[in-house]
Ligand binder design. Structure first.
Ligand code: TYC
Length: 99
């Protein structure tokens, strides 16, 4: 943070407001609805009601927003979705894009 004798610079602003990234789950024909709800609760900290709502949105519209995070966190969520899905034999995928 700039002191009272300095001007706030572009870099100061970037340090305080890092870019945020939307993480989306993608629909597929094979992953079970229960597994998607579990992923939303465990990785994206949703309650069962929110998780079910997002899962149905993905199922009906093709994708749904699961969370908004700094880049490294968003990338980790995407990776954790595919690893947990692969371990359970599901093709579930997530993507990220700048918010
Ligand atoms: N379409 C899947 C089914 O009918 C359910 C599903 C929902 C899969 C959301 C992926 O991200 C997803 N079993």
């Amino acid at each position: 943070m700039a002191t009272k004798h300095e001007h706030s610079t572009h870099l100061d602003l970037m340090v305080e407001h890092p870019k945020q990234y939307n993480v989306f789950l993608l629909n597929d024909d094979y992953t079970s609805m229960d597994f998607v709800v579990d992923i939303l609760m465990k990785l994206f900290r949703k309650n069962v009601h929110e998780a079910h709502k997002i899962m149905m949105e993905v199922h009906q519209k093709g994708r749904g927003l699961c969370g908004v995070y700094p880049y490294e966190v968003a990338e980790t969520k995407v990776y954790q979705v595919s690893s947990l899905a692969r371990e359970s034999g599901f093709p579930l995928k997530a993507t990220l894009e700048e918010a």
